[in-house]
Design a protein. Structure first.
Length: 648
């Protein structure tokens, strides 16, 4: 007598949830295989755990494995495991719970909250990872027998509104899932999963490090050979069944570094990064224990990828849970300024959501992130101290990214800053740290001087440096756009304030020298007061103040900002040449012949309209000297032309 078939309807909302999961949460159809193999691995884990107290569950069958078998003619793919299996009630609870009441509420919450962490946690209570099989299958049949029981249960559905349950026979414990595959459409992301190479590729990508062997049974035809070992043209053909283990089951991150050769690490690095150019600069392997347990194997590459500084570029480490990859690029595991780090994190206690691509509880990720960040920074510190040449290679490739951390990682800010390298006026061939800079400061120097610019050549030739060079004070050259961000968040180091030589006023030397310079500048300012006032009036749309300078020794003029103004480089970054220009301060060199003669001319004829032309030319000179663009280059050229004609 045939076993009774029971039919269970899905609610209408369940079909909507299936559609949402398949179309929205899974972007790569081959993920279904990862999900089913992950479930099989979990079943094997549960069997091993229960067998610790109930060894009879293993009986005479100690083989723990996962098997794949494809039939191209019937277009079926079978995934079988020898795990714990399920009873009839467990099938309803673990597979049928997608039809439980409350699905309507779940869908409403997803729509309202946009898949927030809370909503995703609710989704995780449904057994829908299994249902990812419907991405590639028209019908799914599951036959399962729980360890220790004698009967099995058959579950079957086409995903069209109902599923059936039937009592059946199965010779051994475990679960067999048979997929009636849809037609293959590679352009739509549906490969032919009866092809051996497709299965091998998916297993290698997602499940290579599952702890149990994933075996694949594949049929091929062999032709009878002649005496020379060559196939006979018309010889009979024999079907050969060949079985191979598709996964390595050898995760390097679980093994001590002393047991793994450098070549093995390099091969693994190439495998996960597809970076065939050079071996990694550094390998970091460690295990964390405590409230959150995880193992990590990460690498510092030798070269930066071409898209490292593209804002829209994706990054992240591969995230595994019990050796099953659940996320290929998990951005949450490291802060963005460490996005160049590549590798694997394997967590044994990380809760997962429906698609294994989002995490239910952020606190687990936060702990891993804190551990990893500190470990990477510690490795960089050691490299900096013990392998300066290697660190210099790292800095040239990734220093710009590391500098971003000063604005976001306040917990590790001190460590991050200690790793910074800067060009300076002290040695054109070497970079320096802030610590070394401070160690070279004269006793009377109380500030760390720097100047931002587009290139070393532009900064070195800046008139802003003249007084500093004359006094022998070292100035840091900040030559990258990110440096503008750095100085916004790094205002002091070891009690020394960072001071731009292109902003504010300059006071150099001993206390007596500063007082004397200030006195002399005040006297000269009184002498030139009327001229300075007139120049300010002529340049009012560009300049908010005209004053005498204590930073110029050779050049006639320079433009500076107030202490809290943007630098010219930052202004260009923010405005892209189209925004509002901030008014600067024009400083004039009181010892330069141009100012002396201009003052004499002013004394003789205070109403001379040419003074306005000279003012514009001085302003243009200051802009060009710092590498900025002229607001009206044609007008500037006309004035320069007239001046040359008049004086030749």
């Amino acid at each position: 007598m045939d076993a009774a078939v029971e039919t269970f309807p899905f609610q209408a909302e369940t079909k909507q949830l299936l559609e949402l999961m398949i179309r929205s949460l899974y972007t790569n159809k081959e993920i279904f295989l990862r999900e089913l193999i992950s479930n099989a691995s979990d079943a094997l884990d549960r069997l091993r755990f229960e067998a610790l107290t109930r060894p009879e569950l293993l009986a005479d069958d100690n083989k723990l494995e996962i098997r794949l078998e494809a039939d191209p003619d019937a277009r079926t793919l079978t995934i079988e495991d020898s795990g714990i299996g399920m009873s009839r009630d467990e099938v309803i609870a673990n597979i049928g719970t997608i039809a439980k009441s409350g699905t309507r509420e779940l869908l409403d919450r997803i729509k309202q909250e946009g898949k927030t962490a809370e909503a995703l946690e609710l989704i995780g209570r449904f057994g829908v990872g299994f249902y990812s099989a419907f991405m590639v299958a028209d019908k799914v049949t599951l036959v399962t027998r729980r360890a220790g029981e004698t009967t099995a249960t058959r579950w079957e559905s086409t995903g069209d509104g109902h599923y059936t349950l039937t009592e059946t026979a199965k010779p051994r414990r475990g679960t067999v899932i048979t997929l009636q595959l849809k037609p293959a459409h590679p352009d739509a992301g549906i490969e032919d999963f009866t092809e051996g190479w497709v299965l091998r590729q998916a297993i290698r990508r997602y499940s290579d490090f599952v702890a149990y062997p994933i075996k694949h049974k594949e049929m091929r035809e062999e032709t009878e050979e002649d005496e020379l070992g060559m196939p006979k043209p018309d010889g009979p053909k024999t079907t050969v069944i060949e079985e191979k283990t598709l996964n390595s089951m050898k995760p390097l991150w679980t093994r001590p570094q002393s047991e793994v050769t450098e070549d093995k690490y390099n091969e693994f690095y190439k495998h996960i990064t597809h970076d065939w150019n050079a071996p990694p600069l550094k390998t970091i392997s460690f295990k964390a224990e405590g409230r959150s347990e995880f193992q990590a194997l990460v690498f510092i590459p030798s070269e930066a990828p071409h898209d490292l500084y593209y804002h829209a570029a994706t990054f992240g480490l591969q995230l595994y849970a019990q050796r099953v990859m659940i996320m290929e690029r998990c951005e949450e595991l490291l802060p963005r300024y460490l996005r160049f780090i590549r590798g694997v994190v394997d967590s044994s206690d990380l809760p997962l959501n429906i698609s294994r691509q989002r995490l239910q509880q952020e606190r687990h990720v936060t702990r891993i992130r804190q551990w990893l960040t500190k470990k990477v920074l510690e490795t960089l510190q050691n490299m900096h101290a013990q392998e300066p040449e290697t660190y210099l290679k790292f800095w040239k490739q990734f220093g710009r990214a590391l500098k971003e951390g000063v604005s976001s990682d306040y917990e590790n800010k001190e460590t991050i800053v200690s790793l910074f390298l800067f060009a300076s006026s002290q040695d054109p061939e070497k970079l320096t740290t802030l610590k070394d800079y401070v160690g070279r400061m004269p006793l009377e120097q109380t500030e760390i001087f720097y100047l931002t610019g587009v290139s070393r050549q532009a900064v070195e030739n800046s008139p802003h440096l003249e007084a500093f060079n004359a006094k022998g004070y070292e100035v840091l050259y900040l030559l990258e756009p990110v440096d503008e961000l750095v100085v916004q968040y790094l205002t002091d180091f070891q009690g020394k304030k960072l001071k731009s030589v292109g902003k504010g006023t300059v006071k150099l030397g001993t206390l007596e020298e500063k007082e004397q310079a200030e006195k002399e500048l005040k006297e000269k300012s009184e002498k030139f007061a009327d001229l300075l006032k007139l120049l300010q009036q002529k340049l009012d749309k560009h300049i908010k103040d005209v004053r005498l300078s204590s930073r110029l020794t050779a050049s006639p003029v320079c433009l500076v900002g107030a202490d809290h103004d943007y630098s010219p480089q930052m202004e260009r970054l923010l405005n892209h040449g189209n925004g509002h220009k901030q008014r600067r301060i024009m400083e004039l060199n009181p010892t330069h012949p141009i100012l002396i003669k201009l003052h004499e001319h002013f004394q003789n004829d205070k109403e001379d309209p040419l003074i306005g032309d000279y003012a514009e030319l001085l302003f243009g000179y200051g802009l060009l000297a710092e590498g900025s663009e002229l607001p009206e280059p044609v007008v500037f050229n006309q004035r320069l032309n007239e001046l040359m004609v008049r004086n030749l």
